[in-house]
Design a protein around this ligand. Structure first.
Ligand code: ADP
Ligand code: ZN
Ligand code: ZN
Length: 802
């Protein structure tokens, strides 16, 4: 018997369970593990991954595989294993883990078509199938004489291609190419045989005698000022042939990047790169923490390490935070490695992402630079994995599977026996502690390559401003400095340390705050549409004219959103030209880049924005950085709030004076004595690390303990509480004596989309069986989860404690 073991796309089936299916005759020659298939499951037909094959099954009455979705496996054997590991680590379903590794378009869509890739005569079965057409629906194979094996072979030979439909558009683009069908001396003979007035044909043949390579038909017609019919005449004579070539939608014009060469490394860089290079040449796996101040040349270390990897014929994965995948960042990599680089990030269209993914799958590139999910790049011979700005929380996925890209990187690094580099100016406490213990190897770059000092940071106590009667959000000093800066023709970056949409609506008479009727969270005010919106469930309503509680008309919007700062700025310094960058102004595709280009072209004096302007930007003309509210993050209910504040202040300070002009940083705060603000202003990472570690030890937080967060939600509040209580009891019975279970408590946002949310947190040092306890608990509630819509989510590495 020919049996396939399939992981099916049923979100409720228990983890890692495979189902056996019979492989029908027609698929037997082609089916490989890692391919996606369609199988019957109950009354439905669903998608699944083949994860193994077998000649026997302990079940009788097996059902048959209905269809095979891939002719080339979508997942490599390594990725199948990685998926199993990922599912275990994050307590998610195997199917969810596998799907997380594939580009969007391959997750749900089953619509496919077959594209003819050549004009040469195909076998009669295929000619009958195409019947004169170039593209046909995939389903047409079903009724034809063609076997799947033939289909697979035709794909491998490049005669046809199977494409996924993206929103009913063809996923791939094709161009018609022309090339000689005969050897040069036969072409020469043909030239003698041409009739005298076939001048255009002569021109074409002479062209191909000189340049026998394939050329796009459009380009050929234009270059030789000839016509389609001339080309066709020569094709009919069998002298030329045409074929379809796939062109990738390349979101970047590779030729536009000026090529760079390796710089001579500084002493510090040389010391840092040496053990990495040794790792590469000895095919050894170590994790390196590259701790380097902004501008110390970390990227150059990455580039030269990657060069070594490429020289060995291996591949490189580089992760950068989504937000810093700016053209500036892409340029560094494309500049060094040209079209050998694929770029993967969320601003690409679904089709573009799919194309980039396939360039990787087909090994047409050796380097991928991408955001979090690029860690699953289907390379098979990885020589280095780099995570830039390793402290960024965007490397943690906040959805199932709740993985951290750093862990996946290290796992793949072990598998491929290659180095993993974590780079940052402000490493996480977790990573730095590991480096201190020698688990990671620490390399330090303490100087900027241009030998320039980091810009001076001045802390302004905003309480003094209030006492002096200044009620604006700009200190007198910041205002003066901004004005001076504009006069000198230099530019300014202003950071609002808070999300742009934090404007809420409150009644000045009774203090009533407008909340979402479905979620326990304040609605936010959007000025452009004059609407109140919920950012959790997208509920909206118009801005009320009077308070719904006390009917006062003194209902106003509050909070210092970027919009408000922009307005205040316009009043205070009317001559300033401001570009505002926040979630609202960057929602549209390409908007982010456009605003940055405008700023780089000096179309504005001030770049005003949230976190997203703190990273990776490098503008020559910026000499002043202002932080409006340094402490607004300090008061969030999150044990990492000091760390995040320190990181953000350090990052944003690095934006000033990176080039010839020297820079200045002004930090406004109501808590000037807080250690994270004080130490960030001195760029004193070491003291911050020591101080913060002491805090973590006292309050027992990572890296001294591990955390796991369980969130229980249900429409019925009592049901949610009771389930949470039961779970806490069960956990308490199982854990070690030095572990703790906290809760249940309402989640920081106690209700979202009409579901009540309770959480409990486990703090532990060593619980080797924790995952299996939690799995057992989940199993106990399995029926309630399925039938009563109870939800239990587990996060084994919580970052947002919400
Ligand atoms: P980081 O990634 O640590 O912030 P970068 O790699 O962006 O630092 O380097 C900062 C600047 O220094 C860049 O303009 C880069 O081209 C330059 N640079 C890096 N290494 C060298 C070197 N060895 N010699 C001269 N300039 C260098
Ligand atoms: Zn009121
Ligand atoms: Zn809501």
């Amino acid at each position: 018997m020919n049996i396939a073991k399939v992981i099916v796309d049923v979100p409720a089936s228990s983890i890692n369970q495979t189902f056996d299916y019979l492989v029908p005759e027609k698929f037997q020659d082609i089916l490989q593990t890692g391919m996606r298939v369609i199988v019957p499951f109950g009354p439905r037909k669903i998608m699944g991954f083949v994860v193994g094959k077998s000649s026997e099954s302990s079940f009788d009455k097996l059902k048959e595989i209905v269809d095979v979705l891939d002719l080339i496996p979508a997942l490599t054997p390594e990725l199948l294993d990685l998926g199993k590991w990922l599912a275990n680590e994050t307590l998610s379903l195997y199917i969810t883990a596998l799907q997380a590794m594939l580009p969007q378009v391959m997750k749900a869509q089953y619509n496919k078509e077959i594209v003819r890739m050549t004009d040469s005569e195909l076998s009669s079965e295929f000619e009958n199938l195409f019947a004169g057409r170039d593209i046909i629906a995939y389903e047409e194979v079903e009724g034809s004489a063609i076997s799947y094996y033939q289909l697979q072979k035709a794909v491998q030979d490049g005669d046809i291609s199977i494409d996924y439909l993206v929103k009913s558009k063809i996923t791939k683009k094709h161009v018609t190419m022309i090339k000689p069908a005969r050897s040069p001396h036969l072409l020469e003979e043909a030239i003698y045989d041409l009739s005298k007035n076939a001048k255009k044909q002569l021109l074409l043949l002479q062209y191909f005698l000189e340049k026998p390579e394939a050329i796009a038909k459009q380009q050929l017609l234009k270059a030789l000022k000839t016509t389609d019919s001339t080309v066709k005449a020569l094709i009919d004579k069998g002298l030329l042939e045409s074929f379809q070539m796939e062109v990738y939608r390349n979101p970047y014009d590779d030729d536009a990047f000026a090529r760079t060469v390796a710089l001579e490394l500084t002493e510090e860089q040389t010391t840092a790169i040496l053990p990495i290079k040794e790792n590469i040449s000895n095919e050894k796996h170590d994790v390196f923490l590259l701790h380097g101040v902004t501008g110390s040349g970390k990227t150059e270390v990455y580039l030269q390490s990657i060069q070594d990897v490429l020289d060995k014929g291996k591949e490189a994965i580089v992760l950068v935070p989504e937000i810093s995948l700016t053209p500036q960042m892409v340029k560094r990599f494309k500049g060094r490695f040209g079209s050998n680089v694929a770029v993967m990030h969320s601003a690409l269209s679904v089709g573009e992402k799919y194309d980039e993914w396939r360039r990787i799958q087909r090994k047409e590139v050796q380097v991928v630079v991408g955001a979090r999910s690029a860690i699953f790049a289907p390379f098979e011979n990885i020589g280095i994995i780099i995570i830039d700005e390793e402290h960024e929380t965007s490397y943690k996925q906040e959805d199932q599977p709740r993985y951290h890209a750093r862990d996946v990187a290290i796992h793949r690094g072990e598998t491929h026996q290659c180095p993993v580099i974590l780079g940052s100016a402000t490493p996480t406490l977790e990573s730095y502690a590991r480096a201190q213990k020698g688990v990671y190897k620490l390399a330090t770059l303490s100087k900027r390559t241009n030998e320039k000092a980091m810009p001076e940071v001045e802390i302004i106590d905003m309480r003094d401003e209030l006492h002096a009667g200044n009620r604006t959000m700009f200190s007198r000093k910041l205002k003066t400095r901004v004005e001076q800066c504009i006069q000198r023709g230099e530019q300014i970056v202003l950071l609002l340390n808070r999300r742009g949409y934090s404007t809420f609506v409150m009644c000045r008479d009774c203090g009533h705050v407008k909340e979402c009727p479905h979620c326990d969270i304040a609605l936010t005010f959007h000025k452009n549409s004059s609407q109140l919106k919920c950012h959790y469930c997208s509920y909206e309503e118009p801005m009320p004219v009077e308070c719904p509680e006390c009917t006062s008309d003194l209902i106003r919007y509050f909070g210092t959103g970027t919009q408000k700062v922009e307005e205040a700025l316009a009043k205070l310094i009317p001559e300033a030209r401001v570009i505002r960058m926040d979630v609202d102004t960057t929602r549209r595709k390409g908007a982010h880049e456009k605003l940055l280009t405008q700023f780089a072209n000096k179309e504005a004096d001030i770049l005003l924005g949230t976190q997203m302007i703190a990273k990776g930007l490098d503008f020559e003309n910026v000499t002043l950085v202002g932080v409006l509210t340094a402490d607004s993050m300090l008061h969030l209910p999150d044990f990492r709030s000091s760390e995040k504040t320190f990181q953000l202040l350090t990052q944003v300070s690095g934006r000033a004076g990176r080039h010839e002009l020297s820079g200045e940083v002004i930090v406004q705060t109501y808590t000037p004595d807080h250690y994270s603000i004080e130490l960030a202003s001195n760029y004193n990472f070491n003291d911050f690390y020591l101080k913060e570690m002491a805090m973590r030890k006292t309050f027992q937080y990572p890296p001294y303990v591990f955390l796991a967060l369980l969130t229980i939600s249900h429409e019925n509040k009592i049901k949610a509480v009771q389930t949470a209580q039961k779970i806490v009891q069960m956990l308490l019975k199982n854990i070690q004596s030095d572990s703790k279970v906290l809760g249940p408590t309402p989640s920081p946002i106690p209700r979202i989309k009409d579901r009540y949310r309770y959480q409990c947190m486990i703090k532990y040092k060593n619980e080797p069986d924790l995952r299996s306890y939690i799995n057992k608990i989940m199993d106990i509630f399995k029926d309630e989860m399925r039938k009563e819509d109870l939800q239990i989510t587990v996060d084994m590495q919580p970052y947002h404690l919400m």
